[in-house]
Design a protein around this ligand. Structure first.
Ligand code: SER
Length: 870
């Protein structure tokens, strides 16, 4: 059975059991501080379990893309070494939100596996939770046990501990006991020899868990305690790739048709064979797994970067590059070439891959090329470290510097050292790593208290599209302490006029005022899943009373102005640059706006002018805001609104129209484009391969911009003696300046020539080597000329010159090539050593190198040391 058919059989089965089939949610989470990526099928439905939102239907089923590379569930380092763990995998799931429970979940799982997929009952085992006598004091799940007894003999029902049979999504959140279904795909003979029961949860590659049925009934609170959820739910997750392995009769996920096309392509590109050599196999598995994770993330709008989720993606990609570099001898980009097969294989089930293929390829290629350059530079640095190592061990500190500053992977360092018969001080390296972790941990540590509930409220209502003020009650609050912000309070209201950060627009600010006129400032508003959270520095005194909540009007108005300009800019880009332009991110603040979009070349100054004019024409056209709330998604798309990849939309959406610009948007906008006053682009540049960024300003910021520029212009004109044509006057000055520079260079060159005559006479001969160490009154380039001039006249020459330029010290060392070869002298090593005297460092080639430092007083000492050195 092909993988496509396996997936659709699952979904059809649950559709037949009255489940609503939904597409996979985006993998990268935006509004959840406790989770970076969807790490299990249930994560997108978390709010339904907690009762913070209502599902469309109380039975849902889907195939969800999941990524387990950070936090509680992290499989990254195992991937490649075994045949059944992945970074990205598909989780097939069925959900009951307060509807059916254990009886149906177990019956249907059994029916699907044994009757629809026809898996032999003799190779199946199940587990149930045995209970725990720790602080949670949980009882054994006898209910599940008794249900399973009806389907499978009792010797195949195993009792499992909390680690395997009590499922928790993270440190906090919904959880409950679970029953896992395991499959033993070993040969008949092997099964007869060793009882499959003894291999359950023992990391055996052919006795694996395929399906987990979770019976959600608790919520884990921040203080570690469990509380009962208002309703009982079902969350099941089946590993799609493992199921394919079982149904396709193969012994590894990588031998299923999910992976084989990618593996064949790697074989073609690298000229290596899968299945002959363990190191090569690991590398091929790593790459074929990681390309999926990275491609899906980029399709969801998460580009590799230096922070947060982007950094995790960058690390996954670099891990793949490193394995290709080391074990497949591939020193040029290769992973981007796999995107084509991947999108052919999975593009029907996940159309985002097909739609964004070119962007995914470009981004991966650029990232690969840049990391390969890092690896090259790292190799040069590592060779230098090796040269300078006395004894047989490279210090942990040096290896850490290479890893931390240059991003050179430590396992590669260890491998190269062992090839050179050197050792790595691994203990020292680990100590450095630990120190660094401690530093960053203490910088990012936050502690979040549990909510204090004041009023049991259903869902908080946002009324801020229509009003900036409202009477509100605080329904719950909690304290959050972090290094960055100190102590803060987070408040939730029964209803709120405050807009929470979202869709690129930052959150509202404002205040709460109680009846006696006491005020507490709201510093920011953010969303956590569906809950709008208001941030304050202090807790209002009369917390149980009602407050007047007031949004800061100017902050809101300026943000709105920039937000509307962003929509007009988007329209301008698609009109002027082409329909390939897609929004890839935006940041809308009161002072400025930022818009990232896909486009493969620099936007020319003429195009930028055209774009600016396009937007300003619409501002001058005084276009009114036309807003539609709660319209069906299909209708919005029909009307011309574009859905963005990686965004989560409900069934009904809000559309914002200004003239012909129409967007799906939850943000705040001006009532008329004339409120924007004017739009000005202030910069254009690249963010990543194929992604450009435009920064712009509107409204008050444009007025400030013009008046500041005008003031600077008048000042400049004054400095040019109020010249009638200031630009011309400036050009004249520049020309004059260039002429003078040239004259000085010429004079210095003449001076260097004269000096050479004198220096020749000062050369001494030590052991057949011509040598001179001296302080010169020349700049670095003059000294270089002197060195090479003398070098062309004398063999066996060693020169060390010092000079003081603008209060800084420089040292230059020249060594004839024949001495480099015969005596192993190295100018780079010499200047690095002598650089200590001038409190600096440097480097270069073995025959010529320079060092710069901040201590000119040390030049004499360096010259003296050089004499001794020789
Ligand atoms: N949440 C459970 C898991 O991820 C079942 O979906 O294993």
């Amino acid at each position: 059975m092909k993988s496509q058919e396996i997936r659709s059989k699952f979904l059809n089965f649950f559709e037949g059991k009255q489940h609503l089939i939904v597409p996979s949610a985006p993998m990268v989470l935006k509004d959840d501080p406790t989770l970076m990526f969807v790490n299990s099928g249930m994560a997108p439905f978390k709010e339904y379990f907690l009762g913070n939102a209502e599902p469309k239907k109380n039975r849902i089923s889907d195939s969800q893309k999941c990524l387990r590379v950070s936090g509680k569930h992290n499989d990254l380092e195992e991937v490649g070494y075994d045949t059944y763990h992945h970074t990205l995998f598909e989780m097939l799931g069925n959900w009951s939100f307060g509807d059916y429970f254990k009886k149906e979940a177990i019956a249907w799982a059994w029916e699907l596996l044994t009757e629809v997929y026809g898996i032999d009952k003799d190779i199946l085992y199940v587990t149930v939770f045995e209970g725990s006598d720790d602080a949670d004091k949980l009882k054994m799940d006898t209910e599940a046990y008794d249900i399973w007894k009806q389907y499978i003999s009792e010797d195949r029902i195993l009792k499992g501990n909390k680690k395997d049979n009590f499922w928790e999504m993270g440190d906090q959140g919904p959880c409950g006991p679970c029953s896992e279904i395991h499959v033993d795909i070993r040969s008949k003979e092997e099964r007869a020899k060793v009882d499959g029961k003894t291999l359950i949860n023992m990391d055996h590659p052919h006795v694996v868990e395929v399906w987990n049925l979770v019976f959600m009934e608790y919520n884990r609170r921040a203080n570690g305690s469990l509380e009962a959820l208002p309703n009982k739910h079902i969350d099941t997750g089946m590993g799609f790739e493992r199921l394919c392995m079982v149904l396709q009769g193969v012994q590894s996920n990588y031998d299923t048709d999910v992976f084989t096309p990618i593996i064949r392509e790697i074989e073609t590109i690298t000229d290596k064979k899968y299945g002959n050599n363990e190191e090569v196999d690991v590398a091929i598995r790593v790459i074929s797994d990681h390309v999926r994770a990275v491609a899906f993330s980029i399709a969801d709008g998460q580009l590799p970067s230096n922070t947060g989720a982007g950094y995790v993606i960058r690390r996954i990609l670099r891990r793949a590059v490193r394995y290709g570099f080391t074990f497949l001898d591939k020193k040029e980009p290769l992973i981007y070439r796999l995107v084509d097969v991947l999108s052919k294989k999975m593009g029907d089930a996940f159309p985002e891959l097909k739609a964004q293929k070119q962007l995914i390829e470009n981004v991966i290629k650029e990232e690969e090329a840049s990391f390969l350059r890092t690896l090259d530079q790292g190799l040069v640095l590592l060779n230098r470290i090796v040269e300078e190592t006395k004894g047989d061990t490279v210090s942990g500190e040096k290896a850490f510097e290479l890893y931390d500053t240059y991003g050179f992977p430590i396992d590669l360092t260890a491998l190269i050292l062992s090839e050179k018969n050197l050792k790595l001080d691994e203990k020292g390296f680990k100590e450095e790593l630990e120190k660094q972790k401690k530093r960053s941990r203490s910088a990012s540590e936050t502690s979040t208290e549990d909510w204090t509930i004041l009023i049991e409220d259903d869902v908080e209502e946002f009324i801020g599209y229509d009003t900036l003020e409202a009477n509100v009650r605080i329904t719950r609050y909690r304290k959050v302490t972090s290094k960055k912000d100190g102590e803060m309070y987070q408040l939730v209201f029964n209803l709120t006029p405050f807009y929470a950060e979202g869709g690129g627009q930052i959150g509202d600010k404002g205040f709460l005022e109680d009846i006696s006129g006491d005020v507490v400032y709201i510093l920011d508003t953010k969303k956590e899943n569906n809950v709008i959270i208001h941030f304050t520095k202090e807790l209002p005194e009369h917390i149980n009373e009602s407050f007047k909540a007031v949004v800061n009007n100017e902050h809101r108005a300026l943000s709105s102005s920039n937000h509307t300009a962003t929509h007009l800019l988007h329209q301008a880009l698609r009109t002027i640059l082409g329909e390939h332009v897609e929004q890839k991110g935006s940041l809308v603040k009161p002072k400025s706006l930022r818009f990232d979009f896909s486009h493969f070349s620099k936007v020319t100054p003429e195009q930028l002018q055209e774009i600016e004019d396009f937007v300003n024409a619409r501002i001058e056209g005084k276009l009114p805001l036309e807003e539609e709330r709660n319209i069906p998604m299909e209708k919005a798309i029909e009307e011309g609104a574009m859905a963005l990849f990686g965004e989560k939309y409900g069934d009904t959406v809000r559309t914002i129209r200004f003239g012909n610009s129409i967007e799906l948007c939850g943000g705040i906008h001006v009532k008329n484009t004339s409120d924007i006053w004017h739009f000005k682009i202030v910069s254009e540049g690249a963010v990543a391969a194929g992604i450009r960024r435009i920064e712009g300003i509107t409204n008050k910021a444009v007025k400030d911009y013009f008046s500041e520029n005008n003031a600077a212009y008048l000042e400049m004109k004054g400095l040019l003696n109020n010249a009638k044509e200031p630009v011309k006057a400036l050009e004249n000055l520049q020309d004059e300046n260039n002429d003078l520079k040239k004259q000085i260079e010429g004079l210095l060159k003449d001076k260097a020539k004269n000096i050479i005559g004198e220096l020749k006479n000062e050369l001494t001969e030590i052991n057949g080597v011509h040598f001179l160490a001296k302080k010169l009154d020349l700049d670095a380039s003059g000294i270089k000329d002197v060195c090479f001039d003398l070098g062309s006249q004398f063999d066996n020459l060693v020169l060390l010159f010092g000079a003081e330029n603008d209060g800084k010290a420089i040292l230059s060392c020249y060594i004839s090539k024949e001495l480099v070869a015969s005596k192993g002298l190295n100018a780079g090593a010499i200047v690095r050593e002598l650089g200590k005297h001038i409190q600096g460092g440097g480097g270069g080639q073995p025959f010529f190198a320079t060092a710069g430092g901040k201590n000119p007083a040390g030049i004499e000492a360096a010259l003296e040391a050089a004499k001794g050195y020789l």
